[in-house]
Design a protein around this ligand. Structure first.
Ligand code: FSO
Ligand code: SF4
Length: 555
């Protein structure tokens, strides 16, 4: 096993035995073999598509398996064996790509032992040159982000053949001997496809559920049994809300599902009563205290403790051995009835009183009252641009000196308190633009407002970074300047491969001088880092004081 795709990889180098995330060697091997087979499908299908005879469904399958191998999504070996069988059957139904094909197009395992043996040959370290390996993996991780976001858009009926065609062309390219420049070119193209898939998902979400409105979300629990919904899939939440109407069960969001409260379609459900807990790294304490079932619709799943494992339900690409899985029926529906009956027999959630919030909340004495501070969300492009005049006036009058984009992910390490301290230390004439679960490091702080404009604008989930781009582009147009000339700084926290794609999307848009933390990706070799530094000015975060000085001139 050698996996270094996430920020928490062992010793900042790579996980070689049990992953820090809980992924074991066998599962890692199955994932490597699955990605290898996806490359084989891609080679054959790209050749077939050129002749107009491709399999139009292969791209969707590849998007799903890329998502399934993203950090903290699926730990279930049986599910990976099933994906592998399906991959071989899709690949073998396609005509050969030529007389001589890569091994990924023809290799067929005789048994499970053959799969395990193959894993040793086709993993990350199969590429000897460290810069080539770095660029190939950077591309594959960006594609995992594309696959994940495409999966959500597709679930709402929004498809785009150009995106799935790119995924396949790019995957196939990792089996070719390309120059470093050619590889960098495809990676930047992946950033462009990232913008496209983020836009597709934005359209899918807003066309289906309405344009988000700036919303304060309650965090104090109610007195009825509840179901907690975590992850990103808004369709799952919607279908569950429909199936729980009038059944005496409250629905709560967790982690990346918080922004659902901002959509008009969700506001009409009175039993969607609030958000419970914070970001994914703290789910062990929070799921324990919740008392009721938890529906995990996407990443990030932390291997559950035995004490609440029977209350976890996975769906979509998510999986964990010994945990109930709610499949999609042939007609696209999901039957949540078993989980709902389970909830009806459970105790209501315990009031966290800020207890499960890690120390950063108490650090700044922000617990306040009962510790259940309401959280802002829904500051997506539609809502923010509706008040664009006020924002622009505030910038022109000097009331807003700078915007700081603090989007991205949260994680387990104590050093992520940097982001709380940074948010707290920002001068009062600055506004934080956020999206993704990184916000839980500071969305409980009382940051106040500037002339009625909240100093923390949460656009939504990590995919809603797209909103931040739209807002930045609108500001650039209003001020008649380029995107890098705006009073905007970027202090991005990353953890998994969706954040890698968001970063590539920002680079594609020409955003420079991004500060990235809390560690630089282990999969970026020194040579590739040089390219990123020289061409884009990427830098690692340092101390709050130093970074503040750099990002907010005059401090
Ligand atoms: Fe995981 Fe968070 Fe949304 Fe990341 S819950 S860490 S960029 O924000 O992706 O999925
Ligand atoms: Fe390690 Fe991250 Fe890979 Fe898990 S996903 S095995 S923690 S590098």
């Amino acid at each position: 096993m050698y996996c270094y795709q996430c920020e928490e990889t062992a010793k900042g180098c790579g996980c070689t035995t049990m992953g820090v995330c809980g992924k074991d060697t066998e599962t890692a091997g199955l994932q490597d073999v699955l990605i290898y087979l996806a490359k084989g499908i891609a080679v054959r299908n790209c050749a077939a598509m050129e002749k107009g005879t491709g399999n139009g469904k292969a791209g969707k399958f590849i998007a799903e398996v890329l998502f399934a191998t993203l950090t903290n999504v699926n730990f279930d070996k049986e599910r990976f064996h099933a994906y592998i069988r399906e991959a071989i059957s899709i690949r073998d139904a396609l005509p050969p790509a030529g007389e001589i094909e890569p091994d990924a197009c023809t290799w067929t395992p005789a048994d499970d032992a053959a799969i395990a043996a193959k894993a040793g040959e086709v993993g990350v370290l199969a590429t000897a040159n460290e810069d080539v390996r770095s660029l190939r993996e950077l591309l594959v991780y960006g594609l995992k982000g594309v696959g994940a976001y495409y999966y959500h858009a597709d679930a709402l009926g929004y498809e785009d053949d150009e995106i799935t065609a790119f995924i396949q062309r790019a995957l196939a390219s990792t089996l070719q001997d390309l120059t470093l420049d050619e590889m960098v070119g495809i990676i930047l193209e992946c950033g462009g496809v990232g913008v496209r898939v983020l836009a597709l998902l934005d359209t899918a979400n807003t066309a289906t559920f309405g344009a988000p409105q700036i919303t304060m979300v309650r965090t104090a629990p109610g007195t009825r049994p509840g179901i907690l919904v975590t992850g990103h899939d808004l369709k799952d939440l919607h279908d569950l809300l429909e199936q729980t109407k009038g059944l005496g069960v409250d629905i709560y969001t967790h982690g990346e599902m918080l922004p659902a409260h901002a959509y008009p379609a969700f506001k009409k459900y009175g039993h969607l009563i609030g958000n419970y807990g914070g970001s994914w790294p703290f789910q062990k304490e929070e799921f324990e205290a919740f008392n009721g079932p938890v529906l995990v619709t996407t990443n990030c799943l932390v291997p559950p403790k035995e004490s609440y494992k029977d209350r976890i339900y996975t769906t979509g690409p998510v999986g964990f051995e010994g945990v109930a899985h709610i499949p999609e029926a042939a007609d696209g529906t999901k039957d949540f009835s078993a989980m709902i009956r389970h909830a009806q027999g459970c105790q209501p959630p315990k009031n966290l009183h800020g207890r499960a919030r890690p120390s950063w909340v108490s650090l700044f004495g922000e617990k306040g009252g009962d510790g259940n501070r309401d959280l802002i969300t829904g500051c997506a492009h539609g809502a923010v641009l509706a008040i664009a005049g006020t924002v622009i006036d505030a910038v022109k009058a000097g009331a807003i000196r700078r915007f700081v984009v603090m989007a991205g992910c949260d994680g387990r390490q104590g050093e992520r308190s940097y982001y709380t301290e940074f948010a707290q230390a920002l001068p009062k004439d600055t506004v934080i633009l956020t999206a993704g679960c990184a916000k839980y490091r500071y969305n409980s702080l009382d940051l106040g407002d500037i002339d009625g404009i909240p100093r923390l604008l949460d656009a939504g989930q990590c995919n809603d970074c797209y909103s931040l781009v739209v807002i930045a582009q609108a500001l650039a147009e209003a001020f008649g300047v380029g995107i890098n000339d705006l009073p905007v700084s970027y202090n991005i926290a990353w953890y998994e491969q969706k954040a890698v794609l968001v970063l590539l999307a920002l680079l594609h848009l020409g955003v420079k001088n991004i500060t990235l933390g809390p560690r630089l990706p282990a999969f970026v070799s020194p040579g590739v880092l040089n390219v990123l530094v020289e061409n884009f000015g990427i830098r690692k975060n340092t101390t709050v004081a130093e970074d503040l000085h750099l990002m907010v001139p005059g401090n």
